[in-house]
Each structure stands twice: as structure tokens, then as C-alpha cells.
Design a binder for this molecule. Structure first.
Ligand code: GLU
Length: 469
């Protein structure tokens, strides 16, 4: 039997990091089993779906390594609507489902006001189909539904506690629970790997599989991803969109490595491992049962390590979208013609060791390309103290006298200027850095001045000096 798994997102918003994790787990499982990964877009909630969200899912999957053309699909749930209705009709004909026109008030009037479930009133009344008549599944009165779950063992649900749930609404449209089962069935899905939040639906879905005469799949319900307060990651409260991380400059390799560590770890004392190791070693049945903390700080640190591990030329390439402003990434503060690829290449190795996400490249190098630096006023006020004007005067004079404009000479020269005033290099550097780059932190100063060049450096130092009059 060929293993067939599916990833079945609903296109109702930005693509969630938890979804990306489920997709990767399905992807790896299919690969390990020599199986097939199917992508199905569950687009039947017309009020909440938007075509652009579907495009977002496809491009986010592509980014994370599940590339278009390498899986089966995408299929669209809406295209299978005929099958959903046919399944509902079959369940009715076989007596496994019946029509009901009770309102919630009717049920509550019969059973007591607090009762939330359904009392089975129409089970044997033979109500004919008609407008406003919902179709309910007749759940077994006895026995238990045992779900075979690769992560959880065999969660068991007493059938008598499962009410006769609705499978098609009063207007005849099948509900999601049934559509999802029918799609999995028609697509020959053998393993359903999905988030834990779907577990309460699973016994109902398994009963539908059985009633439709098909062997149910094997399930795997993966614990949810939570924030630092142990709350389920929510798009209103937390940064959950994979696209947001991509646009901030997380590397796809770092992201997918990190996502796979949520609730699982490779062998040995390792966290950062090649993708091939994860593909070999990942085991669904080793996934931890407790919810997994999505730690953005840790992800950042991870990403920094991935950035540092890149060959410099690849780092330079990886920075391009932020240097030019491509697609959904905001343009940098300089004009395209101000950008100097050689100057960038000269400082790239210095930046590579300092940034944790690629978007941070921009504030680190903007001083090189802008006609005058973007002065951070708070940094200016904090740094430019009594004596800064004179210090800049002396530094300008000493730099003007330099024969060779290189980092070493610049450093020893400024060191000497400071020493005359009894200042350490750090204190001497600060006003020069703010004058030239506009900021108190950034790339190593003397290498920066070397790349910026004599004229531009001196012009900026003189301009700063004038502001201090
Ligand atoms: N469309 C559902 C969701 O996005 C998936 C349900 C499933 O995986 O069975 O939550």
C-alpha cells in the first residue's frame, strides 16, 4: 500500500507557522515511507476564503522547501462538492443519517434549558428531506470508537457520548467535517497528520469513514504550538505568519530546522542540523505530547547561526531583496543609483557576523549609500558632549594628514587623538561614529571609514562639527 498523506489548509488568512510545521511533518513522513504528499486547499467556507490566501499558501510552502510541482495537487475542496453531497445522500439512504428540523429551542424545551447537545428526537421519525431539514448522523448507541494515532496511541471515545451530529445543513450543503472525510477518502489518504485541535472531531470522522464503508486512515495529532504564556499561537496576538518571518529575513533553512524542533529533537546534543539529517531521523512517534513553545528569540539566534554559516557570496545574494526592496519587502532608504555593489561586498563579511535577520543589513550599511547619514537624534544627544567639537576638530586634522586611508592607520591615528585627552578608544570613537554613520552601533568603525573613503568621511565629520557650534 502506498502511503498517501495530505496537507489541507484553509485559505482564510496568512499562512501560520503551525501549519508550516504540519506541512513539513507530512512531507517528511511521505518521503520516509516512499509515499505521496497531496496538497488540498479547503476552500468551502466562501465567506472567509480569499484567492490571495491560496497563493500565499503555495508560495510559503515553496519557500519552506515544499516546491510547486513536487507534490500532488493542489486540489480544491470546492471542486469536490458533488462527492460531498453524494456521500450525504448515501448515508441517508443506508439509514446511517436522518433528517431533523429541530431548533435549539425545541431541543432545550424538551430536555431542560441548559442542554447543549441533541436528544435524538428525529432518529426514528422518518422526516423527509426539505428546506430547513438538517441531516444528522446516527451515532452508535454502544461500543467505543478507537482512533489509531501514531503519536497518542489509541485514544478511545465512548460512542454513547457522541451526539447525532449534523453532516448537512438545512440548505442541503454538507458541513466541513463530512467534506474533509469525503476528500480524504476520494484522494486515497492513508495517514492524516494534523494539529491536535482536530482530535475532538476525529471519532466523528472515523465513524463517517466506517459508515461509508471505507477503512479509516491512521491518524497522528500533533500537539499545538504555543507562545511564552503557553497560549495557543493566535494570529491576533502573536506573530504567526510565515510570510512575516520570510520578509524579515529569516532563512528558509533556519526556519524549517527550527519548526521541526518544536516537540522533537534529532539524536545527540544537536539542534542545528542539515535538513537531510532531519529527513532521516524524524519520527512521528517521537513527537512530544506536550505543546511546543515557539520561541522567537531562539529562532533569531538560530537564524544568526545560519547566516554566519553561509559562504560570503551567498550572504551577499541573500541580502539583495532588502538592498533593493523586492516584492513585499520595503525599499531601503537610498535610491537605486546610490547603491554601490563593491562597497557592499567590502563590508558584507563584517555585517554577516553581526546580524540575526537579513533585514538588519539595511541600518548597518545605509551610511555607505546615502548622501548624508540618517542621524539618530537620541544617539546624537547622548554622544555629543562637551569636548566633542574639539575632538572632532583634532580628528579631522589628523585624518587629513594621513598618507594612507586604511583601517589600521585610521585606528592608530584616532587612538593617538584620544590619548592626548586621556580618553580610551571607545570614547574617542563614539562621536566619530555618530558623525559618519548617524548611529552609536554598527559595523567596525575603521573598516567602515576605509570603505566610505576619505572625502565622504571628512565631509561628514566637518558637517557634524558645524552642528556643534
Ligand atoms: N482545513 C483544516 C485546517 O486548516 C484542516 C483539517 C485537517 O487537516 O483535517 O485546520
Amino acid at each position: 500500500m502506498t502511503v498517501r498523506v495530505r496537507f489541507a489548509p484553509s485559505p482564510t488568512g496568512m499562512f501560520h507557522v503551525g501549519g508550516a510545521r504540519s506541512a513539513l511533518q507530512n512531507w517528511i513522513y511521505a518521503k520516509q515511507q516512499g509515499g505521496v504528499f497531496v496538497l488540498r486547499i479547503e476552500d468551502t467556507d466562501a465567506a472567509r476564503n480569499k484567492p490571495e490566501w491560496t497563493e500565499g499558501i503555495l508560495s510559503a510552502l515553496d519557500w519552506i522547501g515544499i516546491s510547486r510541482g513536487s507534490y500532488e495537487g493542489p486540489y480544491f475542496q470546492s471542486a469536490n462538492a458533488g462527492e460531498h453531497r453524494a456521500a450525504a445522500a448515501r448515508l441517508h439512504e443506508s439509514g446511517r443519517a436522518y433528517y431533523c428540523d429541530c431548533t435549539r429551542e425545541d431541543v432545550q424545551a424538551r430536555t431542560g434549558s441548559q442542554y447543549q447537545g441533541y436528544d435524538g428526537y428525529h432518529r426514528d421519525r422518518g422526516l423527509a428531506p426539505g428546506p430547513g431539514h438538517a441531516l444528522r448522523f446516527r451515532t452508535p448507541d454502544e461500543g467505543a470508537t478507537v482512533v489509531v494515532d501514531l503519536i497518542r496511541g489509541e485514544p478511545t471515545f465512548e460512542n454513547k457520548l457522541i451526539e447525532d451530529f449534523v453532516i448537512a445543513r438545512g440548505d442541503g450543503s454538507p458541513v466541513f467535517l463530512l467534506a474533509n472525510v469525503v476528500d480524504d477518502m476520494t484522494m486515497g489518504i492513508t495517514h492524516v497528520i494534523r494539529a491536535e485541535e482536530h482530535l475532538p472531531n476525529t471519532p466523528k470522522q472515523q465513524l463517517l469513514w466506517e459508515a461509508l464503508g471505507v477503512k479509516p486512515p491512521i491518524w497522528a495529532h500533533v500537539p499545538v504550538v504555543v507562545n511564552e504564556k503557553r497560549q495557543k499561537l493566535s494570529k491576533r496576538r502573536d506573530k504567526v505568519a510565515l510570510e512575516a518571518y520570510r520578509d524579515e529575513g529569516y532563512l528558509a533553512g533556519a526556519m524549517r530546522n527550527y519548526l521541526m524542533l518544536l516537540g522533537w529533537a534529532p539524536s545527540g546534543d544537536r539542534e542545528i542540523v542539515p535538513w537531510s539529517v532531519i529527513e532521516d531521523e524524524f519520527r512521528l512517534d517521537e513527537v512530544n505530547l506536550s505543546s511546543a513553545f515557539f520561541d522567537e528569540k531562539k529562532l533569531r539566534a538560530f537564524n544568526g547561526e545560519y547566516i554566519r554559516a553561509l559562504p560570503v557570496a551567498e550572504f551577499v545574494d541573500a541580502c539583495q531583496p532588502w538592498l533593493t526592496g523586492t516584492g513585499t519587502i520595503a525599499p531601503p532608504p537610498w535610491q537605486p543609483e546610490e547603491f554601490d555593489a563593491d562597497a557592499f561586498a567590502a563590508v558584507a563579511p563584517l555585517a554577516q557576523t553581526r546580524i540575526a535577520v537579513l533585514s538588519e543589513i539595511v541600518p548597518n550599511v545605509d551610511f555607505l549609500f546615502l548622501a548624508s547619514p540618517l542621524i539618530d537624534e537620541a544617539a546624537w544627544t547622548k554622544t555629543m558632549k562637551d569636548g566633542s567639537a574639539e575632538l572632532l576638530d583634532d580628528a579631522v586634522a589628523a585624518f587629513e594628514a594621513l598618507d594612507s586611508w586604511d583601517a589600521e592607520s585610521l585606528k592608530s591615528t584616532l587612538e593617538a587623538v584620544g590619548a592626548e585627552r586621556g580618553l580610551k578608544l571607545g570614547k574617542t570613537q563614539a562621536p566619530v561614529r555618530v558623525a559618519v554613520t548617524g548611529r552609536t552601533v554598527g559595523l567596525p568603525l575603521f573598516e567602515s571609514l576605509e570603505v566610505l573613503g576619505r572625502e565622504r568621511t571628512l565631509t561628514r565629520m566637518r558637517a557634524a562639527r558645524l552642528r556643534l557650534v
